[in-house]
Design a protein around this ligand. Sequence first.
Ligand code: FES
Length: 152
Amino acid sequence: TIIAEDFGHLISEHRDAEGALLPILHAIQDVCGYIPDAAHPLICDALNITQAELHGVISFYHDFRKKPAGRHVLKVCRAEACQSVGGDAVAATLLDRLGLDWHGTTHNGAVTVEPVYCLGLCACGPAAMVDGRVVGRVDAAKLDALLAEAGV
Ligand code: FES
């Protein structure tokens, strides 16, 4: 487990950089997989920002997690090119099938679902990504296969 001292170390590595908040958040998420509440006061102190400002930034950037993710992370592209070729239906099917909202995790901890805004695979939309591996032309059948593979 990560302790306050480790957060302090990660924070001090980046605090003098311009726009230090994003590099600090990325560094913490790289180590922990999410931004633990315990890190919030340390970040606010180091950068002289309020908790409200910090929450605003964490919520604005879709990449930052407030809770640990499941064993697998399934991201579905929500950007325009994918939406125009059926991405909305894929996203709705996914959330419906799992009974989750975005950023939710299945009860067995197998999968966390997250929206993403363009994976650079627009020509092969709807696009998704499982644990960093991109998948194109996702439809209901492919979704089923991906979920089964992930242990849902
Ligand atoms: Fe979905 Fe670019 S819009 S990959």
